[in-house]
Write a protein that binds this ligand. Sequence first.
Ligand code: KMH
Ligand code: ZN
Length: 282
Amino acid sequence: MHKLIITAALVGAEVTREQNPNVPYLPEEIAEAAREAYEAGARMVHLHMRTPDGKPSQSRELFAQTIGLIRERCPVLCQVSTGGAVGMGAEERLQPVYLDPPVNPDMATLNTGTMNFGDDVFENSPALIGQFARTFAERGIRPEIEVYDIGMINSVPRLVKKGLLQLPLHFDLVMGVPGGIGGTPKNLMHMVESLPPDSTWTVAGIGAAELPLAVMAMVLGGHVRVGLEDNIYYRKGELAKSSAQLVARIARIAQELDRPLATVEEARVLLNLEPTATTVCL
Ligand code: KMH
Ligand code: ZN
């Protein structure tokens, strides 16, 4: 079986320091969290930004500053969010995709459907998805397709047919968001079996679903995303100290399962990223 890629989702747009005081907000804090996650075994970080008071932000400057600080510290792959936060407009969400070397992203997320997201609506209309896919192609950025339910997988072949996406694709199966598919083993099997041929995939289980789905993904040959964006607890009643702590647990289990961790260069190959094309390490 191929090697394992662990992605660390360091901050997100929803969790707050009131919920877990270890959530990083400032560029320096996010960069430090990225370094710790890399040292614990993560090979990619999924990035959102916050203003100093914790408000979600897609500021190009904040992304540039943070990616610069991360690349001074470690070679971890930087994947920027274009999901941002619910209520943000399309151009606002696309800001980090326009970054140039040496702070250009290695990958960016592409969300392929509209859904209820907790008490809100996360809007991704067909027109918005097309706009994002075209911008990614213009910028030479490989998408990670974020899907929260089966319908969002089923819409992908249409996008391929229209020439907006090319197979093979890499998916993130986000499971357990209120409004999306539940985070159960049976649902994970259904999601994986519904993917287009030759897809690679990672699973991001939300909350208590994080660990069981991660273990199942490791057994099935998928990859794993963990971190404070998805889950603020280490175990029931115990807050996680950091995303690195959650990454380290996955790395330990992977070792027991004989699923060695990919190096950053091996992760690039597995994810069909150009070995040297887009990332410039400072
Ligand atoms: N914050 C969510 C509404 C992504 O990063 O692309 C969307 C999200 C997905 O987190
Ligand atoms: Zn995200």
